[in-house]
Design a binder for this molecule. Structure first.
Ligand code: DGJ
Length: 719
């Protein structure tokens, strides 16, 4: 903000066109005679001056539609970015240009456009941070009540985008527990399509605050066509609205969900929205994903894409049924498999109400001495002695009614006066809008960290949504949903200030909190409780459209799979889980010698190439939707190394003759040594040879994939 203030304000008279530019894209705004600011263009980078001449035709039915930040009021009748209700009960806001500033900081160019409603004394600052190298624009909005009366914000989006194309194909994901991230692509007809969450917590359980829009095409194309992708960095309720107007334009309005969230702004108060992340690609969704991934690794992720340890998690191997001996044995086994961390999942805590199942103990974060008489430090130190890091599970936002906490502080539970407090998974939600609860959650985390100096990792879980919302601590219930997420972020700020180096996983009954807001604090996400590798191909593919592989926790589990009963070969399970942070989630003592040998082999090879998965550019070879084969390739930025994963996900008899994959992202002129990993005999005739990038991209790479769940991993190294 200081930087913005010091930048020289520019005025419309001297510069009616405002261009937010990255290396390859331009987002262009123009100020018109009536001082309204319109957004005229988002696409390949071009000189913006000529946009000064573009007439704005304020059509009869859609006046003001392409405004930079459309507000309810005047002739604008569409989906608003801003809707204010003033103290006198009126609803009209008309924003006009005041000034804009451009400033630079470490390669990022920030453009701030200040709009004002002179009558109502409301100021709106649209802030665009352009990341040139990544072709990403991050937008947020600051809304300031400069008047003398309070007002209410009924809608207050992070940003609006106005697009113009012959047609719009919206690709987005939906799902539920153990079947997250189902991709759906649908043409947008006229009217409004909304992607949203009203769940309070678990904001990505049923849909994700992200999308891919393909312009002028009927299909989601990997390497061709115009694409705009976006993601909202917010872990609370959200609403992404796509309004296709009668003139054929598309307005995209993204931000906090206005549902039950009319936010009060007292005189002189300001509100800053969460960030909306946009990218444009003229070469399909592949480029859009790579733009977002690169931006995320450099600027958007807490850990900036650092490599994380390979772990053994106790959940599917032991569930609640363990004691010290069980865990010591698992630690021994993890060490003997050359893993790097052991994570003790749910079930280690509880006082009067020990956590031996899901129905008790949440909130009472002391060690269950009956189960673990030697305590956590004993286990963590043992893991360290064995050369492993140690992690532990918590669910700090929740409380079981059967807990000492619920009995002591019933007023800390989310509840509405006179209403039943509904249960899910036998638990209630703690009221994170309450500063005392925030203190409790911070102290709980801090207390767990104090159980041992050897805790390196925390798995932060969150297993239910909010029902019958309400807070004993809030004087204004309209604040609940926003204040909950703000409360969570406040706690995370404190945790990060004290524990900057502890790895923290964001788990929410699997992948129910996968968003760029959470990723500012958490190192990784638990992608899904569904560990069936076949399902994971699809889940990881769709997650990767927006989020990089380095944040995905992927585990190899046993068969039949505990979620869906599917049986897949161990190698297939590894070849899928290795596309992210690898883990095992099974009881190792049941692995045969032959299986253990394969585990060690896969773990060793993963250690050799995981830097590519964590930091390389992702190239998808087709899509697992409707296809029998699928592949993904991660290429180092200098194109000197790559790792390739290929799978047969539905039986196709032709695969016995070799299925052609056209690799991508290589340097056509360089020659790569190709080595299949984890096998004695390769499935490709050219394995071990040195081949040009052009040849490998020609379709000549055709490994034999003769049976369902055939899979292979290849390392490509330039000469
Ligand atoms: C839900 C998580 O997604 C699982 O991985 C596991 O941690 C359980 N909760 C424990 O209760």
């Amino acid at each position: 903000m200081a930087l913005l203030a010091s930048a020289m304000p520019l005025h419309a008279g001297s510069d009616p066109v405002i261009a937010v530019e990255t290396s390859s894209t331009s987002l262009v705004f123009a100020v018109r005679e009536n001082k309204t600011v319109y957004q005229l263009y988002y696409g390949p980078r071009m000189a913006a001056d000529e946009f000064a001449a573009v007439p704005i035709r304020d059509m009869r039915y859609t006046a003001g539609f392409s405004q930079a930040y459309p507000a309810t009021g005047g002739r604008f009748l569409g989906e608003p970015a801003l809707h204010l209700r003033y103290a006198d009960g009126t609803h009209n806001t008309e924003l006009v240009y005041d000034s804009h500033t451009v400033s630079r900081w470490q390669g990022t160019v920030t453009t701030a456009i200040l709009l004002k409603d002179p009558l109502r004394k409301v100021a709106v600052r649209l802030v665009f941070d352009a990341y040139p190298a990544e072709d990403v624009i991050v937008e947020h909005t600051e809304i300031l009540n400069e008047g003398s009366q309070p007002l209410r914000m009924l809608e207050y989006a992070s940003g609006a985008l106005s697009l113009r194309a012959d047609s719009y194909l919206l690709s987005h994901v939906h799902g539920s527990w153990a079947q997250e991230m189902k991709l759906e692509s649908e043409p947008l007809g006229k009217g409004v399509k909304v992607l949203e969450s009203r769940r309070g917590t678990q904001n990505t359980q049923c849909a994700n605050p992200s999308f891919v829009l393909s312009l002028g095409t009927e299909e989601l194309r990997e390497d061709a066509g115009e694409v705009v992708a976006g993601a909202l960095a917010w872990s609370g309720n959200y609403r992404l609205a796509f309004e296709h107007d009668v003139e054929g334009r598309l307005n995209v309005i993204c931000g906090i969900h206005p549902f039950a969230s009319a936010w009060p702004l007292e005189a002189g108060e300001q509100f800053r929205t969460p960030e909306m992340i946009w990218t444009y690609s003229g070469t399909g969704v592949g480029t859009a994903s790579r733009n977002l991934h690169r931006w995320a690794r450099r600027y958007g992720l807490y850990g900036q894409g650092a490599v994380h340890p390979i772990l053994l998690n106790s959940w599917e191997g032991a569930y609640f049924d363990f004691n010290t001996q069980t865990l010591l044995r698992m630690i021994d086994d993890a060490a003997s498999m050359d893993l790097e961390m052991f994570v003790l999942d749910d079930g280690w805590f509880g006082g009067k109400y020990p956590r031996n199942g899901a129905d008790a103990g949440l909130g009472d974060w002391q060690v269950n001495r009956k189960k673990l008489p030697e305590g956590i430090d004993y286990l963590a130190s043992y893991a360290h002695k064995k050369g492993l890091k140690f992690g532990i599970w918590m669910e700090p936002e929740m409380v079981n009614p059967r807990s000492e906490l619920a009995q002591k502080h019933p007023e800390w539970v989310v509840r509405s006066p006179g209403r039943e407090i509904y249960m899910e998974r036998d638990q209630w939600v703690l009221d994170l809008t309450n500063p005392r609860v925030q203190d409790f959650v911070f102290d709980a985390f801090d207390g767990v960290m104090k159980l041992s100096a050897s805790i390196d990792y925390v798995k932060w879980d969150c297993n239910r949504p909010v029902f019958s919302f309400g807070s004993d601590a809030l004087d204004d219930q309209d604040k609940f949903y926003v204040a909950y997420c703000q409360g969570l972020y406040k706690v995370m700020e404190r945790i990060r200030a004290k524990y900057p180096d502890v790895l923290i996983q964001c788990c929410s009954a699997g992948g129910a909190r996968v968003d760029y807001g959470a990723m500012r604090y958490f190192d990784e996400v638990w992608t899904s409780d569904n560990t069936d590798a076949l399902e994971r191909v699809r889940i990881q593919y769709a997650t990767g459209l927006i989020y990089p592989a380095c944040v995905m926790g992927n585990h190899v589990s046993t068969v039949p799979n505990h979620q869906d009963g599917n049986v897949t070969p161990l190698k297939f399970r590894f070849d899928v889980a290795c596309q992210g942070r690898l883990g095992l989630e099974l009881q190792p003592k049941y692995l045969t010698e032959e299986e253990l040998a394969l585990v060690r082999r896969c773990v060793a090879s993963y250690k050799g190439y995981r830097d590519l998965v964590f930091g390389g550019d992702l190239y998808r070879l087709g899509s697992p939707y409707g296809s029998d084969y699928y592949g993904q390739l991660y290429v180092s930025e200098d194109k000197s190394r790559a790792v390739l994963f290929v799978y047969c996900i539905r039986f196709n008899a032709m695969g016995a003759e070799g299925h052609p994959f056209r690799l991508q992202g290589l340097d056509a002129g360089r020659r790569y040594k190709v080595t299949e990993l984890n096998v004695d005999r390769s499935c490709w005739w050219g394995d071990g040879g040195v081949w040009s990038g052009a040849f490998l991209e020609s379709g000549a790479f055709n490994p034999v994939m003769g049976s369902l769940y055939s899979s292979a991993v290849f390392l490509l190294e330039a000469e």
